[in-house]
Design a protein around this ligand. Structure first.
Ligand SMILES: [Zn+2]
Length: 342
């Protein structure tokens, strides 16, 4: 009788133990890694446009039609001469300043070199980890100018903002700062968007639409123009700075594209020509493969700030020699503009 009772008790304990073990496994299941947690809501756009882009560069400077529309800088635009105060010093030859925070509170950082009165700004990573090579390029440029400060004219301050979308960068590289190439995951598409799943280069206030196009897909342009904290921060920073030019690095269409809202801004085309000829990129008056709404460079030229986009040739290479040549030509161009007769 006692033995029978013991074996029943034993069976009960074993079954009970198994039950708790199974339940424990369920609750102890690890959460999805952060970089997997964000679902991308891109809808298929039908009918599909042709898969290949029909880009026709304006081959040489002389090919620019004389009727290229010119939008003058509004005379009312204030041009403050003060540089915003720096908040931190890191490396020997650069000052860093936080532009603002992403939707997931990651910092957007500006590296500044020299302290001339005119400002030229380069911005990488607006499409985050999807275009991580533009962030790599920015860090390559930061390292180069750290070591070669004398190649920046005294009339200028050079700004390099490596990552305008640190949330999207984090999804793909596991970092919002410098990252190792081995950290880059293979499926980079989700990293195009910020923490709110918005395409930051469809969220600026030029031709803004809630649904923007990216190739043959719809992407979110945000709830309204400048709904995203990254863009509010960058907009306010650039408006206060009033730079001579803002150059955005994207990938990978192989070309330089002048901005315009709605038509090509002549100073932007002139700059695209300077950069494209020096760097060996095809030069375009505008991006015309499909309608782009809410573009950052287009909005900037509508404020009278010259802006253009460089599209690297691939999604992995930084085209370093090409972009160093383009950057140096850009700096020389604005140095000449700063000093009459030079
Ligand atoms: Zn891009």
């Amino acid at each position: 009788m006692t033995r029978q009772l013991h074996s029943r008790l034993f069976l009960f304990l074993v079954l009970g133990g198994l039950f708790f073990l199974l339940m424990g496994c369920r609750t102890a299941e690890p959460p999805l890694p952060t970089r997997m947690a964000t679902a991308v809501s891109v809808q298929t756009f039908t009918p599909r446009p042709t898969a290949t882009f029909t880009l026709t560069p304006t081959v040489t400077p002389t090919a620019v039609p004389s009727s290229t529309p010119v939008i003058q800088r509004p005379s009312a635009t204030p041009r403050p001469t003060d540089t915003p105060p720096a908040t931190a010093t890191t490396a020997a030859n650069a000052i860093t300043q936080t532009v603002g925070l992403s939707s997931q509170a990651r910092p957007i950082v500006d590296y500044q070199f020299k302290n001339g009165p005119r400002h030229v700004v380069f911005v990488g990573g607006m499409h985050g980890g999807y275009e991580w090579n533009t962030i790599s390029l920015a860090y390559e440029a930061i390292d180069y100018f750290q070591a070669n400060l004398d190649q920046i004219p005294d009339s200028l301050t050079l700004h390099i903002i490596p990552s305008a979308n640190p949330d999207g960068q984090f999804l793909v590289t596991g970092s919002d700062g410098r990252f190792a190439l081995t950290a880059v995951i293979s499926d980079t598409v989700a990293g195009r968007f910020n923490g709110n799943n918005v395409d930051l280069n469809r969220n600026w206030d030029c031709n803004w639409q809630a649904n923007g196009l990216w190739r043959d897909q719809w992407v979110s342009g945000g709830e309204r123009p400048f709904s995203e904290p990254e863009n509010v921060a960058l907009r306010d920073y650039l408006l206060a700075l009033q730079p001579e030019a803002v150059i955005f690095w994207h990938s990978a269409l192989n070309g330089v594209f002048a901005a315009g809202c709605p038509q090509t801004y002549q100073p932007a085309y002139d700059l695209a020509e300077v950069y494209g000829l020096a760097g060996g990129y095809p030069i375009y008056e505008a991006f015309t493969s499909y309608p782009v709404t809410g573009d950052a460079s287009d909005w900037l030229v509508a404020q009278g700030i010259t802006s253009m986009t460089v599209e690297l040739t691939t999604h992995s290479a930084t085209d370093w020699r090409q972009n160093l040549a383009g950057m140096l030509a850009t700096l020389a161009y604005y140095d000449r503009a700063a000093i009459p007769g030079k």
